[in-house]
Ligand binder design. Structure first.
Ligand code: C5P
Length: 246
């Protein structure tokens, strides 16, 4: 089936209570392609939150665990995750290709691995403080691409990267390698004191080649979250369909 506008949208269930999360799952079911369960909710609720999302929606599930441990432990953890029946899981690329390969193996073809390249709160200073080579300090995007290559070679399904890197990732690793982009802000939402600094609109992100956009607060905090999601869908569809010049 052809990919629709809603299939690009990942809504993060960034809620402290499962009650609130459930309310949004019910509200947005049919308007988003995927729900993202993060550490906050998973630590509090465990696998039951995955079951809740499955029961209340037909959307896919992205478990944002950002795993990072010795390869053998990641393998065993991923075997458990695959049994939960989630579609995507995040694993840091900052350890080794072996760890990423073991994560892919543990996913057993049931759960795809997304590599986390460089967290957005890391900048050149952080990269320098972590002891990286000068070339990565001078240009942290080189580190993003280096780690994306590790993820690609290990058989990961794709990477999480900013809108700024999507085109480069797609060019280097092809269309089948997923680029998942957070930091999405539609032009019509202006959040006060926003912590996302380098933002991309939904239309820009999909035009650049993003396969999935993670968009939380612009939908969650809208007066009418259902309408906000529909507005994002329209924007995505408009960006993807060439203008009618007739
Ligand atoms: O759209 P909003 O800023 O509310 O989205 C926040 C979500 O995006 C959180 O779940 C956060 O973990 C995720 N995220 C992010 N920046 C990244 C990677 C993921 O904000 N670089």
């Amino acid at each position: 089936m052809q990919k629709q506008g809603r299939d690009y949208i990942v809504f993060p269930l960034d809620f402290a209570s499962v009650k609130d999360a459930k309310e949004y799952v019910k509200l947005l079911n049919g308007s988003v392609g995927m729900f993202k369960i993060g550490l906050e909710l998973f630590i509090d609720q465990g696998p039951s939150v995955v079951q809740m999302v499955k029961k209340e929606s037909d959307a896919k599930i992205f478990l944002d665990l950002k795993l990072h441990d010795i390869s053998a432990t990641v393998l065993r953890a991923m075997e458990r995750v695959a049994n939960l029946g989630v579609d995507l899981v995040t694993v840091h690329c900052s350890s080794s290709t072996n760890m990423l390969e073991k994560a892919v193996l543990g996913g057993q073809g049931k759960t795809g691995i997304l590599g986390v390249t460089l967290l957005t709160d890391n900048d050149a200073d952080t990269v320098e403080a972590a002891g990286f080579k000068d070339k990565f300090v001078k240009d942290p995007h080189l580190l993003v691409m280096h780690r994306a290559k590790m993820a690609y070679e290990a058989g990961c399904k794709g990477v999480v990267c900013s809108g700024k890197e999507v085109q480069q990732v797609k060019k280097a690793f092809g269309n089948d390698f997923l680029a998942v982009t957070p930091g999405i802000r539609p032009a019509w939402t202006l959040l006060e004191n926003d912590d996302q600094k380098r933002v991309t609109t939904p239309g820009q992100a999909v035009t650049l080649g993003s396969d999935l956009i993670v968009i939380g607060r612009p939908i969650r905090d809208a007066d009418d979250p259902g309408k906000a999601a529909q507005r994002v869908i329209k924007e995505i569809e408009a960006a993807l369909s060439p203008p009618d010049n007739l």
